[in-house]
Write a protein that binds this ligand. Structure first.
Ligand code: UDP
Length: 338
């Protein structure tokens, strides 16, 4: 199959590209490298995979620009057309969007544009190619949830004007767009609600809790816990997330229905810190400094996975193993920088 991934140089996108190439597909990556990283896809050029062939380059464009207008040089549509060189795309995974709170706080209006204008542009590509499209939404659409764990039927508790809402509400309106393209044009749409995911190829500097704690502990700095650390998250290892996305994309169940993908092992942030310190220092106690909790930081988060389980998927990698692999990855990244 010919598969397009927007955000394919990002953490989850590049792991997904890797897996799809391994399965023998031709993969086309669109990423403006604003939060995605060139080094995540450098391996593509060095691969001998015949499937990749001449497509050993990715298209570096900002998908939130006007799709048709030619006023400022080539339109986005013609850039994508020339990148695809007449190939018909069968499936699109639309991941492009900054996902880490510090990154979207930095570019709040751009984050809204990527979710609305960017998603509309990608839906237009799907429409033209009659491609099935999977949109990666987020657990953030549940906001600070009052239902626990969160089933897909829960409509969320989101503050529409908090700084965090550019991401939360951006993803919500993108879900609306995706489902309206399904209703209006009969597009085959999938909506994956991605819960916290971690593992190799995360940007060590993107400010997420797993990378921050590991980096701080490895550098012998005191890890910074926001608030009292009693808030919970459920962390999914990236290989599980990627296999979930592929299974959902290829299933004929849940067309245009939101589906949670994540791990349902819920832990407190302070317990995550204990696990990381235990693995790095081989002892139980840890020290931390406490900082203010960011505005609208959700208190609890854990997916109800009944839908994904019904199509034969469940997360397999335990936190201990996943953290071990992530520590190894961060160590290598830090050594490369020295
Ligand atoms: N957090 C923390 N220290 C950090 C980064 C994050 O205590 O250095 C907390 C953050 O306030 C949140 C949780 O860890 O409660 C998860 O944060 P992250 O940004 O990784 O993901 P999200 O908030 O999007 O779930």
């Amino acid at each position: 199959m010919n598969i397009l991934i927007t955000g394919g140089a990002g953490f989850i996108g590049s792991n997904l590209a890797d897996k799809l190439l391994e399965q023998g597909h031709d993969v086309f990556i669109v990423d403006d490298l604003s939060t995605g990283r060139q080094e995540n896809i450098d391996w593509i050029n060095s691969r001998s995979a015949p499937a990749w062939g001449v497509w050993g380059r990715h298209l570096c464009v900002d998908i939130s620009k006007s799709f048709r207008s030619q006023r400022h040089g080539l339109s986005l549509r013609s850039q994508i057309d020339s990148y695809l060189q007449g190939k018909k795309i069968d499936q699109i995974y639309h991941l492009a969007c900054p996902a880490s709170p510090p990154k979207y706080y930095k570019n709040p209006l751009k984050t809204l544009d990527i979710n609305y204008i960017g998603t509309k542009n990608v839906l237009e590509v799907a429409k033209k190619h009659k491609a099935r499209i999977l949109f990666t939404s987020t657990s953030e659409i549940y906001g600070d949830p009052l239902d626990h764990p969160q089933p897909e039927t829960y409509n969320g508790n989101v503050d529409p004007i908090s700084p965090r809402s550019v991401y939360d509400e951006g993803k919500r309106v993108a879900e609306t767009l995706v489902s309206q393209y399904h209703r209006t044009y009969g597009l085959e749409t999938k909506i994956a609600r991605v819960f916290n995911t971690y593992g190799p190829r995360m940007d060590p500097d993107d400010g997420r809790v797993v990378t921050n704690f590991i980096k701080q502990a490895l550098n012998r700095n005191l890890p910074e816990v926001y608030g009292d650390g009693q808030q919970t998250r459920s962390f999914c290892y990236v290989d599980d997330q990627v296999s979930g996305l592929i299974i959902l994309m290829n299933s004929n169940e849940f067309i245009n229905e939101p589906v949670n993908i994540g791990n349902n092992h819920e832990i407190k942030i302070i317990e995550l810190l204990n696990e990381i310190c235990y693995q790095i220092f081989k002892k139980d106690e840890n020290c931390a400094v406490h900082k203010d909790l960011p505005v609208s930081d959700p208190k609890r988060r854990c997916p109800d996975l009944a839908k994904m389980k019904s199509i034969g998927w469940h997360p397999q990698i335990q936190l201990r193993e996943g953290i071990q692999k992530t520590i190894q990855y961060i160590k290598e990244e830090l050594n490369e920088k020295d």
